[in-house]
Design a protein around this ligand. Structure first.
Ligand code: NAD
Ligand code: DAU
Length: 358
């Protein structure tokens, strides 16, 4: 494939995928992103001004604009990452999640279908619509239950995961009803450089560096399965180029941890890399706060299908990945400053002021 249209390519995972395509392949990337609050063009690094990178500032709910993008750039595949992605925001305001994740995916599917219908021969059979989704569509697991597989029934808990589940259903329906050649991936929690600091790991790193409290929901014993973002980007590229049309692939890090253990690990790294001025451990800043409503207890992914069929394995351990991530945030204060807009401060007030009130 020479021309791939990527939606959400200025976000956390999308920018890692774009950077890899530009640095490691000859692919031209058409980056469709509306540049919402969490997008950051700095995350694209050298890829931003590369001649094989074309940025299209377009909202995926804007059908006319999408039609123009397909007409002008003639993509051979679509990798769809654009989404509202933060669970806590979906609890405070679900509408935006339905609009982008459901209506936006519907609009993209319809524009892609009309475009694909006009293709012929090898162009038509080789075309792919790759929908990037999440393990949260499967709901949550008890402590002893086996990890999610590709056939685990859907049971989403939050407005975010319900909107992602709805979008997965649309994509499967477009494959079955119209024959659109789709692949779907469902991945566990990502972490790494360039993640917007509303998510657990970057929020804890930046709060610790600022000497602020580290707010853990509930008792901090919810479990997530962590994957380094560059490993996810490799998996996505592999599925797009070699995954079988109509298939779903689960992607995970085989790294289940309680949130408290992740935050302890961050504090321990920071105690070496950036000790607190008062000589105390960063762990002393941990606060247990009101839980997230509907908080999923545990996620874990069985990624044996992608390992077996496509030979993918995560390369980074959680410990080495966390250290790299912390060093990245320490070394990139400009990136951090750029995302700390008034809007980010308003979010911190909305989600944490009451939780952290004395
Ligand atoms: P992100 O929030 O960092 O980035 C989302 C990007 O989409 C941003 O650049 C934003 O500007 C863009 N966008 C949002 N609404 C848009 C619209 N209407 N039109 C065009 N662009 C729009 O998200 P992320 O963490 O990089 O996640 C990317 C995808 O991967 C999402 O679909 C998410 O559901 C999925 N996913 C994320 C994780 C994770 O841990 N972060 C795990 C599994 C799956
Ligand atoms: O599993 C994949 C999903 O992972 C993705 O689909 C989502 O886009 C992504 O945001 C992520 O969802 P989570 O809700 O698991 O991620 P988050 O970083 O928000 O929270 C991780 C865990 O940490 C969760 O159990 C809630 C907890 N948490 C989070 C925040 C922001 C806290 O205890 N305190 C916090 O301040």
């Amino acid at each position: 494939m020479k021309r791939i249209l990527i939606t959400g390519g200025a976000g956390f995972i999308g920018s890692a995928v774009v950077r890899q395509y530009i640095a490691e392949t000859n692919v031209t990337v058409i980056n469709v992103d509306k540049l919402s609050y969490c997008a950051n063009l700095d995350s694209l690094g050298d890829a931003l001004h590369h001649p094989r990178h074309r940025l299209e500032r377009v909202d995926i709910t804007d059908r006319r604009a999408l039609e123009r993008v397909f007409r002008v750039h003639r993509p051979q595949a679509v990798m769809h990452l654009a989404a509202e992605s933060h669970v806590d925001r979906s609890i405070h305001g679900p509408e935006a999640f339905i609009h982008t994740n459901v209506t936006g995916t519907l609009t993209l599917l319809e524009v892609a279908r009309a475009y694909w219908n006009e293709l012929e021969g090898e162009d038509k059979t080789a075309f792919r619509f790759h929908h990037v989704s999440t393990d949260e569509v499967y709901g949550d697991l008890g402590p002893e239950e086996p990890p999610f597989t590709e056939t685990t029934p859907y049971a989403p808990s939050s407005p975010y995961s319900a909107s992602k589940a709805a979008s997965d259903h649309l994509v499967r329906a477009w494959a079955r009803t119209y024959g659109l050649p789709v692949v779907i991936t469902n991945c566990s929690n990502n972490y790494g450089p360039c993640q917007f600091p509303e998510k657990l790991i970057p929020l804890m790193i930046l709060n610790a560096l600022d000497g602020k409290p580290l707010p853990l929901y509930g008792r901090g014993d919810n479990i997530r399965d962590w994957l380094y973002v560059e490993d996810h980007a490799h998996a996505l590229r592999l599925v797009l180029s070699r995954g079988r049309a109509g298939e779903t692939y689960n992607i995970g890090g085989r790294a289940e941890r309680r949130n408290i253990d992740v935050v302890h690990a961050i504090c321990d790294h920071l105690d070496h890399l950036q000790p607190r001025p008062d000589g105390q451990s960063h762990r002393t800043a941990i606060r247990f706060v009101d839980d997230r409503p509907g908080h999923d207890r545990r996620y874990a992914i069985d990624c044996s299908k992608i390992e077996r069929e496509l030979g993918w394995r995560p390369q980074e351990s959680l410990d080495s990945g966390l250290e790299k991530t912390i060093r990245w945030y320490l070394d990139n204060p400009q990136w951090v400053e750029r995302v700390r807009s008034g809007a980010y401060r308003q979010w911190l007030d909305l989600n944490y002021a009451e939780r952290l009130a004395p």
